[in-house]
Design a protein around this ligand. Sequence first.
Ligand SMILES: C[S@@+](CC[C@H](N)C(=O)[O-])C[C@H]1O[C@@H](n2cnc3c(N)ncnc32)[C@H](O)[C@@H]1O
Length: 200
Amino acid sequence: MSSAKRTLLLRATGFAHQLLEQNLRPGDTAIDATCGNGHDTAFLCRLVGREGTVIAVDVQDEAITATQSNIERQGLSSHLIQGCHSDLPSLVSPFLPEGKSAHAIMFNLGYLPRGDKSIITKTETTLRALDHSLTLLEPFGILTIAVYTGHGGGAAEGSAVDIWSQHLPQDDFSVISYRFENQRNSPPHLIAVQKKPASS
Ligand SMILES: C[S@@+](CC[C@H](N)C(=O)[O-])C[C@H]1O[C@@H](n2cnc3c(N)ncnc32)[C@H](O)[C@@H]1O
């Protein structure tokens, strides 16, 4: 019998990472639309490698600084942009490789851990950013949205995102959700959207 330790824990954010690990390749392009402390940005940088492109966006200066030092510490690099993700196309287009769109886009909603809890993602700007993300995705590209409902406004934003995802046309997108059925304390859930290739 194998003595290798099992370490997999069921978590929404972990499931997002598993999907992207399977789908991203060295040289790909990825966007982190809520970079926060830079953990997802660093994860994306490792997957796409030096020949790939990662563009990280956050509305807060503090998050951009935290992401910068996080990825620098790990010898990684990405384009860092301070701005609201509802303006995603104009923010990222100067950094997208010629003629390319994104193979992965990550959203991790809510507030910056250990930061200002009054700066949170908001339903209206989140939905606008998600609509833009669909146009920025490559065929087979994956959009992940980690949804936190435990803070003020989080439940309303979470149900708006659920409804948004349930209404995406099935000919163009596959949508799955991954959520706990038995946990107290409002754990995050994940929505993942894959853009289908145009049918020939
Ligand atoms: C849960 S944190 C993200 C954590 C991050 N993925 C990480 O790995 O550390 C959510 C982030 O969304 C950012 N945010 C809130 N509203 C935003 C907006 N309109 N546009 C871009 N970022 C926003 C917050 O500043 C915060 O840093």
